[in-house]
Design a protein around this ligand. Structure first.
Ligand code: CP3
Length: 356
């Protein structure tokens, strides 16, 4: 497939640690409920899945934050749970309660029945990727994504979000063989899913390990990172003559930066508990860094937003050689005032240009 050439490649350059004129930024969950126009489209679609499974709607909401803000990347509008949905688990987003599966995976029989889904079940995602690429017309790069095998397994076993991860950890400590089997299937599914997104036009991909950080040291490496590494190893890293950078984000991964940096990724996403200067020293600049403003800083005064943004940029250090993509340390809150995002984007761009 061929698409218009890229007008703003600062995000890709920074991920590859090449010189940049300023620090690029995008925000996790930049298309979401803090934007009134998102809520309007979602109402028209009828439900979250109605939105995600319709390429025209998915394209529309992907582009919404870019119309308001001067962001340096777009991220596919979809969800990490489309993959287990395609495995037949029956995903539903219950208003106010988040995602739920009708058929969670808990017993030996459930695990035996689990299969890598046919990619045709996820066709709507790849169609959305190609449509978004076309509509972006080369304005900024498009990021594709998936959950890590462990993070997706959390939802598959728990059946929904969890405070204590009792069911999946119960499985880990009683039948680790069953959990390894789920993780292996998720890994194969995720490789195929991300490669198909790349094939359809995704110019960078991100693996969200949102819940790896709930595991004990040692078990994180064994049950989460080992599978994320397999995913990274299985990805096509070049498309259309362009390198496709891979970002691995582990929320709560601050203890394991060295291990994560060795996963084969080009860039590591870090949450707000990490200091970027210390992180760079620990990983000796082997990979680029993405992050890491506390999403709640967007509830501060304009001054505080600007000060905190500068702090993140200064912690990383000189801008010009690339290697830093500004982001939040986790997804933007649905209660964020959109004006706060405008202030953040302005500060990151203007301050990093001045301190270039
Ligand atoms: O970043 C973006 O703008 C792209 C879209 C995106 C969504 N989900 C849309 C979404 C991305 C990258 C995700 C990833 C995702 N989904 C993760 C990993 C990132 C993270 O936040 O740690 C996880 C854990 C999920 C699972 C998920 N999907 C949950 C827990 C929820 C409920 C969250 C909530 O705040 O209620 C969702 C739903 C969801 N996915 C929403 C959006 C915009 C809100 C749903 C709505 O409109 O009702």
């Amino acid at each position: 497939m061929s698409f218009p050439s890229l007008k703003n490649d600062v995000f890709i350059r920074s991920l590859l640690r090449q010189p940049v004129p300023y620090t690029p930024l995008w925000l996790m969950r930049q298309a979401g409920r803090y934007l009134p126009e998102y809520n309007q489209t979602r109402a028209r679609a009828g439900s979250f899945m109605g939105l995600a499974q319709n390429p025209e709607y998915a394209c529309e909401v992907t582009l919404q934050p870019l119309e308001r803000f001067d962001l340096d990347a777009a991220i596919l509008f979809s969800d990490i749970l489309t993959v287990p949905h395609a495995m037949g688990l029956g995903l539903d987003f219950v208003a106010g309660e988040g995602p739920q599966f009708a058929r969670p995976v808990r017993t030996e029989a459930d695990v035996s029945a689990l299969r890598v889904p046919d990619l045709s079940e996820l066709r709507y995602v790849f169609d959305a990727v190609s449509l978004i690429r076309k509509e972006l017309d080369g304005k900024v790069p498009l990021i594709g994504f998936a959950g890590s095998p462990f993070t997706v397994a959390c939802y598959m076993v728990e059946g929904q979000g969890s405070d204590d991860y009792r069911l999946i950890k119960g499985m880990l400590y009683s039948r680790p063989d069953l959990l390894h089997r789920i993780l292996e299937i998720n890994t194969q599914a995720t490789i195929a899913y991300l490669n198909a997104q790349i094939q359809a036009g995704a110019q960078a991909v991100m693996v969200f390990d949102s819940w790896g950080g709930v595991l004990a040291d040692g078990l994180f490496q064994q049950f989460s990172l080992a599978y994320t590494r397999k995913v990274v190893e299985g990805l096509v890293r070049e498309n259309d003559g362009q390198r496709v950078p891979v970002i691995v984000f582990t929320k709560g991964g601050g203890l394991w930066l060295e291990d994560i940096a060795d996963s084969g990724c080009d860039a590591m996403g870090v949450d707000w508990t990490v200091n970027l200067a210390k992180a760079r020293r620990r990983i000796e600049d082997r990979v680029a860094l993405q992050g890491n403003l506390d999403p709640m800083a967007l509830f501060g005064t304009e001054d505080a937003i600007r000060t905190e943004a500068r702090r993140v940029i200064d912690d990383f250090g000189p801008v010009g050689l690339g290697g830093h993509v500004f982001n939040l340390g986790h997804g933007i809150s649905r209660f964020t005032p959109p004006e706060a995002v405008g202030i953040l984007v302005d500060e990151v761009h203007s301050y990093s240009r001045r301190n270039h």
